[in-house]
Every structure is written in C-alpha cells, then in structure tokens.
Design a protein around this ligand. Structure first.
Ligand code: NIG
Ligand code: MN
Ligand code: MN
Length: 329
C-alpha cells in the first residue's frame, strides 16, 4: 500500500507570528490542526478544508519528466504557513498528513490517496490535495468517484498546458490520467483550460477530440476573452452533478513558474489562473481541489512554490467563502 503518514513534522507549519492570541493577526500556521485519517471521528462542519499531501513523482518518472515533485507537499505547506488566514471563526483547516509513493508502486499509492479523499469527503471536509506529479489527479479522482457513486455525473476541470491523454496500456503515468478516466468511466467528462498548441502532438489533439474533451487553448485565454470562457466554464459545471478541480502548475508562464517539469514559455499569467480557481471553487458543486507539478528541485528562489501556495490559498478561501453563511454554526 502507498504509505500513509498522518502527521507532518513539527518543523513544517512554522511562520511569522504577529500576535499569539488575536485572531485577526493569524496566519495559516496558527490555525491549522492535525487530524487522524481513517479514524472514526465526528463529521466536520461544512466549513472545513482538509489538506492532504501526495509525495509522489513515479508518474513523472514513467513519463520521462524531470524529478522533484515529491518534495512539493511539504514545501507548499511551508509557504502556506505564513499566509494570513482571513476567514471568520467557524472555518477550520485540518492537515491529514501525506500519502507517500514508494518502490515505484504508483497504482497502490493512488488507491491509498483515493481512500483518504473518500474518508475526508464522507466527513464533510473539502479535500485540498498537495501533489506530487499530475498522477496525483488519478488518486484524487478515485476518491471522488467512490464518494459520489458510479451513477452521478462528474465534471473534471483541469487547468493545464497538456491533455495528459497518452496511451496507458503499458503503464499509467503523469501523462495518461484523463484517458484512463474517460475510457473507464462513461459518467465523467473532461474540460481542460490553458492547452499549449505546441505542447501537445497532433495525435493528442485527435485523441482529445475522439474522447469528447472540451478544451480552450492558452492563446484564446487573454484579456477580453475571459467573460466568454467563464460562461463556458459555468455552463460545464451546471451540466454535472459534481465537479472536481485540478491545477497542473506547468500551465503558468515559465517566467512565473520555472519550477515545473515541463515549463510553458507562453503559459497563462497567475492572475488568469487565480480567476479560474475562484470561479470553480466558489461553485457549490465543486467537491475538491488539487495542485500538482510544483517541483522544488527546479525552482528559482522559491518562486513557483510561493505561487503554488498562493493559488492553493485562493482555492481554500473560495471554498470557505461559499460557506460564509454557515460559519460558526
Ligand atoms: N504531465 C504531462 N506532461 C507532458 C510533458 C510534455 C513535455 O515533456 O514536453 C505530457 O506528457 O505531454
Ligand atoms: Mn501539464
Ligand atoms: Mn498535467
């Protein structure tokens, strides 16, 4: 089994403290609570986000990518630690620890992550998954599908430069997940935003068309075009019973996000990605979020890690914001 480590080291959630008791000066490290996964426990209020890390780069290795993404979950936690926590008192953030992939056992680790995600959803927490290579998404998907059952329609929204729809008959990797899902699950649909025209072969565009993928190219996603894109995104979410969101950090321009395996010289700006995350995570059908492909080993001065943490914060704040009315109940 993929190893489940319930508690991250005490040296991870450390940051600046402006005041030890005054909540209005709190940052993430002052409010995050450790939690036991898979242990019987009372259900959370709907105002709870649950972080879980996936220390895995086996999918990237199999896809001939550059290694380092397994170090991202704790690096992202460290960067989140000092971000101001700006929600009301009823909102909680728990940390369920890390699932670690060892001995190249990717499929087992994805299953372990899936079980953790199902557990969190069954306790009414909103999972926020810190990958890992983009193979993290497949474990995330397994957990969501198990929670909602086989018959519910699931809309999967991916913000990515790549389709990740390569053949998986030899082995799944970080380049195969959406083909695995669409070929195995007729109640799932796929919408990907930020595709690079020259980051994918013609064959991958053909497979995307064959499998009914909705996609928007990066070059169609700039100022003046966003209203139309947000409307398409909203329409896609409305068509499904549930939605899940995944961010492949290589969709962002390489100047802002150099710390990824396959960087994008023409990638999106962080502000566009922030708007997409806000739109999707605010929607009531969205169950969960993952961030993948941050690679600390390739980063420059922590720039990609910090951006990844800020985008994760956007997802968490959007999830919390939609539950504002329930806060404190
Ligand atoms: N996770 C996806 N990775 C891309 C890598 C592309 C590249 O190396 O240029 C893919 O498989 O298509
Ligand atoms: Mn990608
Ligand atoms: Mn990807």
């Amino acid at each position: 089994m993929g190893t489940l480590r319930n508690h991250v080291g005490t040296d991870i959630w450390i940051g600046r403290t402006d005041h030890a008791e005054r909540r209005s000066s709190f940052r993430y490290h002052q409010i995050v609570e450790p939690m036991e996964l898979l242990a019987p426990q009372e259900t959370f209020s709907t105002n709870t986000c649950a972080i879980i890390g996936f220390e895995c780069e086996e999918g990237v290795r199999r896809n001939q990518g550059r290694l380092g993404a397994a170090g991202a979950p704790n690096a992202l936690r460290q960067a989140l630690a000092s971000i101001p926590w700006r929600t009301t008192e009823g909102h909680r953030l728990v940390d369920a620890g890390n699932v670690t992939c060892s001995n190249e056992k990717l499929e087992e680790a994805q299953e372990t992550l899936g079980n953790a995600v199902t557990d969190l959803l069954s306790k009414s927490a909103t999972p926020v998954i810190l990958g890992g290579g983009h193979e993290t998404l497949y474990g995330h998907y397994l957990g969501v599908r198990k929670h909602i059952g086989p018959n519910a329609s699931l809309g999967i929204i991916n913000i990515d430069a790549h389709f990740d729809m390569r053949p998986y008959d030899k082995q799944p990797s970080s380049g195969t997940m959406f083909r695995q899902i669409l070929e195995q699950d007729s109640n799932s649909s796929y919408f990907v935003l930020g595709i690079q025209r020259f980051g994918n072969t013609q064959e991958l565009f053909d497979i995307a068309d064959e499998l009914g993928t909705r996609y928007i190219l990066e070059e169609e996603m700039h100022l003046g075009q966003m209203d139309h894109i947000m409307s398409s995104l909203y329409a896609f979410m409305e068509q499904h019973d549930y939605v899940m969101l995944t961010l492949c950090t290589d969709v962002i321009n390489a100047a802002y996000a150099p710390g990824v395996s396959a960087s994008s010289p023409f990638g999106l700006t962080p502000m566009v990605v922030r708007d997409l995350i806000r739109t999707v995570a605010t929607h009531k059908k969205t169950l969960s979020f993952d961030i993948c492909e941050v690679n600390p080993a390739l980063d420059e001065n922590g720039r990609t890690i910090k951006l990844g943490a800020y985008l994760t914060n956007e997802a968490i704040m959007a999830f919390m914001g939609r539950n504002m009315d329930d806060a404190g109940t």
